[in-house]
Structures are given as C-alpha cells and as structure tokens.
Design a binder for this molecule. Structure first.
Ligand code: MN
Length: 130
C-alpha cells in the first residue's frame, strides 16, 4: 500500500486524517511543520504528500516549491490543503508546483478520490514511460 506523508500543524486535523487514511490501509508518516515536511519527504520517499499550506517554520507553498525543484523529490505528487476556499491560495499552490489541492474543512471522500487519482497516475506504466 502507498505511503503518504501528511504535513499538518493542526493536531485535530492531523489526527483525523491520520486515522482515516490508516483505516483505508495507507501507511502514513507525519510532519508537523514545513521544515520537518521537507526533511521527511527526502528521508521517507513517500508516494504522495498531503501538505497544509499554513505551516510554521516553512509554509506549505515554499516547502512545495523546494520539493518540486529538487530532483529527488520532484516526482512526488503533492496535494495542497488550503484553509480557505480562496482563489488566491489555490493559484499559489498550483504555482508552487502542487499537483492538486483541497480546501478545509476536509471532506474525506473527496480528498480520497484526489489521492487515488494521483496514485494511480503514478502507478500507470503508460504515464511513467513518458
Ligand atoms: Mn496549518
């Protein structure tokens, strides 16, 4: 099963997502700020990253930008979690290199669809050959 790196500073959101992802069978590793998220993306080599944008130490936009410009992490899909349904936040997330985004409060079934879509894209032999 896929390994997901969850980068989220809010304890309630983090615990909720961790529990629900693990229940779906995902292996989940957790980081609580952008700096730790960056370090764990390198050390854990996750299949996908769920990244809150509003994070201490290093915000999610900057962490995503650094991950997408480093050769060892640029292929890892990132789903940005933005606190508000603000057009500017979503635009910034895509510009930072995030592959998709979802807005809080998280509707888990919808987030799960986005996770599964990105993971199946990764796993597709046709797409990975390109
Ligand atoms: Mn946050």
């Amino acid at each position: 099963m896929a390994k997901i790196l969850l980068v989220e500073d809010n304890e309630l959101n983090r615990d909720m997502l961790l529990r629900r992802l693990e229940r779906r069978g995902y292996q989940v590793v957790v980081a609580v700020d952008g700096g730790e998220g960056l370090a764990m993306a390198r050390s854990e080599a996750p299949d996908l990253i769920l990244m809150d944008m509003s994070l201490p130490v290093l915000n999610g936009w900057e962490a995503a930008r650094q991950l997408k410009t480093a050769s060892e992490t640029q292929a890892i899909p990132i789903i940005a979690l933005t606190a508000h349904a603000m057009v500017g936040d979503r635009k910034k997330a895509i510009e930072a290199g995030c592959d998709d985004y979802d807005t809080k409060p998280i509707e888990f079934p919808q987030l799960l669809e986005k996770i599964e879509a990105l993971l199946s894209k990764e796993a597709s032999p046709i797409l990975t050959r390109i």
